[in-house]
Design a protein around this ligand. Structure first.
Ligand SMILES: Nc1ncnc2c1ncn2[C@@H]1O[C@H](COP(=O)(O)OP(=O)(O)OP(=O)(O)O)[C@@H](O)[C@H]1O
Length: 474
């Protein structure tokens, strides 16, 4: 009886049987079944894999598992070599994901180089680590993200994740809140911190819109598998504006599900941001929604006064701008909408001071707020100004309205007239009539006197700014 030596294909089948016993059906079908042995020369086993993503995935996740199986079947110290169909094509072109037409590719599978010098089994010389541009904004770090009650949960959870990505209970971390409250900033800060602490991890930030565009292009180019494999290799995936997945085609949601599920099961970290609470997300596959709720949902709230002050001071320092406290407080009191608007107002304040040589005062700040943010201030009336002036200068209203002409009272009236001219639309005659029954020439004179004092007397100027702040904080 002639016993034929088994071929390397038979030997590989033997390996596959053992692999099948020890892996899930899904893993086996996805990662091992597509592998084809193409040569074995007694020392090196050459396997054809569908693409570079396989090489990377196998090397990263299965080597300790595969090694004994291959050694027992092919012999101790057997070396592995991979080949990839259309390799020329694959390696000369940068990998397709994630990139957009006419933009710099952010990922490159680096070409397999000389294989003659294989020293260690299971190490593929030349397959260098994939180079990925994480797409993170280096300005979005924890150092520049000011902490307050409004963001403490997201910030602290983010810090824990940065220390142990994928190993905390916060997976995924779902950061939600209204526009401009710092969702992108905190998500990217986590990514930046992870890159610093764990330089070997692949971190990728992508918006849901960009992800969808890439997926659509992958479908058109028949590269969906490459697309999914690329994303499945990421260690920390940050997806901004996840709510954009709503109402998307089943196929896009399925692709995202495959990626999400794979990463989560492999202990990779996912960070999602959204302008909606998880329960408010609509038209998203239930199996995804359930997974979004597995980790931690952290809300970002509008900052309180003190946090706004800290943020403004921090941003002013970065702009090298010296902004008086009362202007900072004025901004903090009057901008309620979001931090992006604070930044816009601050930049234009500084631009006015730098390019137009204007002094940074509450009056300038008010002008800017009118232009740059929804400034919901109620109309300021003459009566309101009179009340504030009397209150601040501790002058009785009845005395203020009387014919009494002591220096303090006369000056209080002048200040009130000046502020009425600055902050109301009332004509000078109306202002004069309402303050001591004076004519418009007296009001003009009062305004001139106060302006001169503001220019020449520092203490007086400070007092006016203080009164003005109270007037505007209506
Ligand atoms: N706590 C903070 N400290 C410092 N800057 C902050 C803070 N929160 C937000 N910002 C700044 O506010 C701006 C808006 O933040 P970001 O883009 O992260 O908001 P968002 O919630 O993602 O908004 P949108 O939903 O509109 O995309 C950014 O420039 C960011 O740096």
């Amino acid at each position: 009886m002639v016993i034929n030596n088994p071929t390397y294909s038979d030997m590989w089948q033997n390996c596959l049987s053992r692999i099948r016993e020890k892996t899930s059906q899904e893993e086996f079908i996805k990662w091992f079944k597509p592998i084809v042995p193409v040569n074995f020369d007694g020392t090196t086993l050459q396997l054809r894999v569908p693409n570079e993503a396989y090489v990377y995935h196998i090397e990263k996740h299965y080597i300790p598992f595969l090694r004994p199986i291959i050694y027992q079947t092919f012999g101790q110290k057997t070396k592995l070599r991979y080949s990839i169909p259309n390799h020329e094509h694959h390696t000369q072109q940068p990998a397709a994901y994630p990139q957009e037409a006419n933009t710099t590719p952010i990922s490159k599978y680096v070409e397999q180089t000389d294989t003659a010098n294989i020293k260690n089994p299971f190490v593929i010389p030349g397959i260098k680590r994939i180079v990925i541009d994480s797409q993170l904004n280096p300005n979005y770090t924890f150092d520049t993200f000011i902490e307050g009650d409004c963001n403490r949960l997201a910030r602290s959870a983010g810090m824990s994740i940065a220390v142990n990505p994928g190993s905390t209970a916060y997976n995924p971390l779902y950061v939600f809140g209204d526009s401009g409250l710092g969702k992108t900033h905190v998500a990217q800060a986590i990514g930046m911190e992870i890159k610093q602490r764990h330089p070997n991890l692949q971190v990728l930030y992508v918006s849901m819109n960009k992800f969808q565009a890439q997926y659509t292009s992958a479908v058109l180019n028949k590269e969906v598998n490459d697309f999914i494999h690329f994303y499945q290799m990421i260690d920390v995936l940050i997806i901004d504006d996840i709510q954009e997945l709503s109402g998307n085609k089943e196929s896009t949601q399925n692709a995202f599900f495959n990626i999400f599920n794979h990463l989560q099961l492999s202990g990779k970290q996912l960070i999602l941001t959204s302008d909606k609470r998880p329960v408010e997300l609509k038209d998203i596959n239930d199996r995804l929604l359930t997974r979004f709720r597995w980790g931690l949902a952290a809300e970002l709230l509008p900052p309180d006064f003190d946090t706004k002050v800290k943020i403004i001071k921090h941003k002013a320092a970065r702009l090298n701008a010296d902004i008086p406290d009362e202007v900072i407080h004025f901004f903090a009191e009057n901008i309620n909408a979001n931090i992006r608007e604070i930044e816009g107002a601050l930049s234009s304040l500084v631009a006015n001071a730098t390019f137009l040589g204007r002094k940074i005062t509450i009056t300038l700040a008010k002008e800017i707020l009118k232009v740059y943010v929804k400034f919901n201030q109620k109309e300021i009336t003459i009566e309101h100004i009179r009340n504030i002036v009397c209150d601040h200068l501790k002058i009785d209203q009845a005395v203020f309205d009387s014919t009494k002409r002591t220096r303090e009272v006369a000056q209080a009236r002048q200040i009130a007239m000046y502020l009425c001219k600055q902050h109301t639309k009332a004509p000078l005659t109306t202002i004069g009539a309402a303050i001591g029954g004076k004519n418009h020439a007296t009001v003009l004179h009062a305004c001139k006197t106060v302006s001169n004092l503001i220019e020449t007397d520092k203490a007086f100027n400070q007092m006016i700014e203080e009164i003005e702040r109270k007037v505007l904080a209506k």
